[in-house]
Design a protein around this ligand. Structure first.
Ligand code: FES
Ligand SMILES: [Fe+2]
Length: 380
């Protein structure tokens, strides 16, 4: 699991005014709440007093109050009130919790789990304008949303999505059973990921859902498919266009709940049958495909990615998976990968935190210990 990355913590509407929202990411608990300006704030869930959960507490006047003795923290994670000591007392400097940058995009709350200053943070993908277009009007796009959890490691799960060769074997309603050969193309690298754009023979007509059948001819040309992934938010965009222009574009992000469990957030827009009366049928198709993927990816052995490229036999058709792994290994060497064994050991007696940007101003005065990484930090 990688620190110094943006992750989707929740759907925007999950975080209500006046109530904390507790969420686990990368094996640690976080609390989200809305401050007086109605902005979402994300803090480490563990109170600096005696380890109580902030997310199980309350929100008083836009400040989060711990569930145990009511210490209140502001939008920068600073404790501003210790009720048992009264209002006159000076608050100790270490009475604070890590506090993370937050951005709302695509209806999701993205949090930056790391300490990089703003100019060094990777950009949240901005190549899905279809979300705002579809939410504003159904004229051009229909849209469905699917969020779910899998008992599967985040990297195993993401590799399954960006894998161009699996649909012919895993999916009943798409992929081509008779012609599974992948048209190989040169992957195009970008700073935080890569993409492939290729033609694919269309799926057998009889396997298509009724909804898709209704907008396609049995005899038709190849599909064109763009698969673009970014390590930022463990996200990807898959744009499939049929020979008659029928198109759907999926954008998904994955958040490791812990090393064995992953939360998936996704939107899919379509340029056919765009009215909301077709959403349920489309969503059923999405759920069916997700269930098919889940069976495969939950049963991969070993549960996590091997520690090097030679640990499994990647071949030329693993066109997105190879750059995905290389990127993960490269970021691990920067000291951005959590050492899960060491974190478990240290975490028994210490509250651990992913260092937030505020620690750069004052690295010492914190109760929670920085989470251990597999390599020493060398990003700056
Ligand atoms: S543990 Fe949070 S106020 Fe005591
Ligand atoms: Fe799939």
């Amino acid at each position: 699991m990688l620190i110094n990355n943006w992750y989707v913590a929740a759907v925007e509407d999950d975080v209500k005014v006046g109530k904390p929202y507790r969420v686990k990411m990368l094996g640690l608990w976080f609390a989200l709440f809305r401050n007086k300006a109605n902005e979402v704030v994300c803090v480490n869930d563990t109170c600096s007093h005696r380890g109580g959960s902030l997310g199980l507490g309350k929100v008083n006047n836009g400040r989060i109050a711990c569930s145990y003795h009511g210490w209140e923290y502001n939008s920068r994670g600073r404790c501003t009130r210790i009720p048992a000591l009264g209002d006159e007392v000076k608050i100790p400097g270490r009475a604070r919790v890590d506090c993370y940058p937050v951005v709302v995009r695509y209806g999701w709350i993205w949090v930056f789990l790391g300490d990089l200053p703003e100019e060094k943070r990777p950009p949240i993908p901005d190549n899905y304008p279809y979300y705002d277009e579809a939410m504003a009007s159904r004229e051009k796009w229909g849209i469905v949303h699917l969020n779910y959890e899998v008992q599967c490691n985040w990297a195993r799960s993401e590799e399954n999505s960006i894998d161009g060769a699996h649909p012919s074997f895993v999916h009943s309603s798409f992929g081509n059973k008779r012609d599974p050969k992948l048209m190989l193309v040169e992957p195009v690298a970008h700073e935080w990921g890569s993409s492939t754009y290729r033609e694919r023979p269309p799926a057998e007509y009889r396997n298509l859902s009724k909804m898709t059948q209704s907008v396609l001819e049995e005899k038709r040309g190849n599909n064109k498919a763009l698969t673009w992934f970014s390590i930022v938010g463990i996200s990807h965009l898959i744009d499939v266009e049929r020979s008659n222009g029928v198109r759907h574009i999926t954008f998904a992000a994955r958040t490791p709940i812990d090393v064995d469990n992953t939360r998936i957030f996704s939107h899919q827009v379509r340029n056919f049958l765009t009215g909301p009366e077709h959403d349920e049928e489309r969503l059923e198709g999405r759920k069916k495909a997700a269930a098919e993927d889940t069976v495969v990816s939950q049963n991969v052995n070993p549960r996590y990615l091997p520690r090097s490229m030679s640990g499994e036999l990647l071949v030329e058709s693993d066109q997105n998976e190879a750059p995905f792994r290389k990127l993960i290994y490269r970021l691990a060497e920067r000291g951005w990968e959590i050492d899960i064994d060491e974190a478990e050991r240290q975490g028994r007696y210490n509250a651990l935190a992913i260092p937030c940007p505020l620690r750069r101003e004052n690295p010492k005065n914190w109760i929670a210990k920085p989470i251990p990484t597999t390599y020493p930090r060398r990003d700056d």
